[in-house]
Design a protein around this ligand. Structure first.
Ligand SMILES: Nc1ncnc2c1ncn2[C@@H]1O[C@H](COP(=O)(O)OP(=O)(O)O)[C@@H](O)[C@H]1O
Ligand SMILES: [Mg+2]
Length: 339
């Protein structure tokens, strides 16, 4: 039995693989950029962790989110434990979904208007005061995040030759949150526990800042941009933990801005964090170690005691495991060692 990691970018696997290896947790990645799903086959036994990213389409994988929707439905229909499962995939793929759920749970969220298509955008933007932010509903790594000082500037942006429409056709127009200090805070949760909070320097990082992806594996550009927010102890942590539990979120980073007028506004929920190596070594607890421990614990909990029959419907014919889903560019199955 393995922990199966579902994503589409093998470059993100090395630190995860190293953490699993260190914890003695068997693992395998399923690269679902493209692939074949046999609905008549049973999934292998194990624990499945979805890390499908909202920005998959920017790496040449426009169908990854829909393939993952299918694969997670299939896994859950067989009763498999999916960490950050089917519901969480929808949160990852839609900021509208995130903001609606956060607001319903009583969080302060930025005032936001969602617009499908391009025709209504200029008029919809005129209902917001300037400055305002526009961003893609299906975001990640700061996709399409821009600050506009005037509505005319926004019109020109939409008409410019380099304009890129959002992957799902939905643009968010959002209140600009004026930060008291030029930073955002991100609160990392793993398996129902608070791990640490980090800050990202928005004066240096600009608006296209994303603490997760800008610090993607091996990238030096993120150095100094992110800092541990040591000793962060705030009631919002407990509220994020409650929200995560209510939504079935096992692993996530919540981002907030503290505004000049004293609000703490939550604007982004990331369910596919790539932890920053510098932070990981400085923090009192490693999020990667917490992830490996959490998933390893779930896997151990599924081990069938000796002599006990495998429940009907869960038996997987020898050799079938791993063939029900054939990922086109998957690395060879096994414990891909980071390097
Ligand atoms: N409403 C806002 N007001 C001010 N800054 C914002 C706002 N929304 C986003 N930002 C800035 O842009 C960054 C990226 O936006 P975010 O919504 O987190 O998109 P992504 O999911 O791509 O990370 C944020 O980390 C923050 O620095
Ligand atoms: Mg973000």
């Amino acid at each position: 039995m393995n922990v199966y990691v579902i994503h589409e970018n093998p470059d993100w696997y090395a630190p995860l693989a190293a953490a699993f290896d260190a914890a003695g947790v068997p693992h395998e990645q399923w690269l679902l950029g493209e692939g074949v799903l046999d609905l008549g086959a049973a999934p292998p036994d194990g624990v499945f962790w979805s890390r499908m990213s909202a920005s998959a389409h920017t790496r040449g994988h426009p169908h990854a989110k829909d393939l993952t929707r299918g694969v997670l439905c299939w896994l859950e229909s067989h009763g498999r434990r999916v960490v950050n499962g089917r519901r969480v995939l929808e949160l990852e793929m839609s900021k509208v979904d995130q903001l609606a759920a956060l607001r319903a749970a009583g969080f302060d969220v930025p005032r936001t208007v969602a617009v499908a298509g391009l025709a209504e955008l200029p008029a919809a933007a005129r209902k917001l005061p300037v400055p305002f932010i526009s961003k893609h509903n299906q975001g990640g790594k700061g996709l399409g995040v821009r600050l506009f000082e005037s509505h005319d500037e926004f019109d020109a942006y939409l008409a410019a030759p380099g304009y890129q429409a959002p992957a799902d056709g939905i643009t968010l127009l959002q209140e600009y949150l004026r930060a008291a200090e030029p930073r955002i805070t991100r609160v990392e949760l793993v398996g129902g526990e608070f791990i640490y909070a980090i800050t990202a320097d928005t004066a240096r990082g600009g608006f296209e800042l994303c603490p997760a992806d800008a610090c993607a594996v091996g990238e030096a550009a993120g150095r100094g941009l992110f800092a541990l927010r040591a000793g962060f102890d705030h009631p919002v942590i407990g509220r994020y933990l409650d929200f995560a539990a209510s939504q079935g979120i096992d692993i996530a980073g919540f981002e907030f801005i503290e505004t000049v007028d004293g609000r703490l506004v939550t604007y982004d929920v990331n369910t596919t964090t790539n932890y920053n190596a510098g932070i990981e070594s400085a923090a009192p607890r490693s999020a990667l170690r917490a992830v490996a421990g959490f998933l390893g614990g779930l896997l151990a909990g599924q081990a069938v005691p000796a002599g006990q029959a495998v429940p009907a419907g869960r038996a997987t014919p020898a050799g079938q495991a791993g063939q029900a889903v054939q990922a086109r560019q998957a690395a060879p199955a096994g414990r891909t060692q980071g390097g």
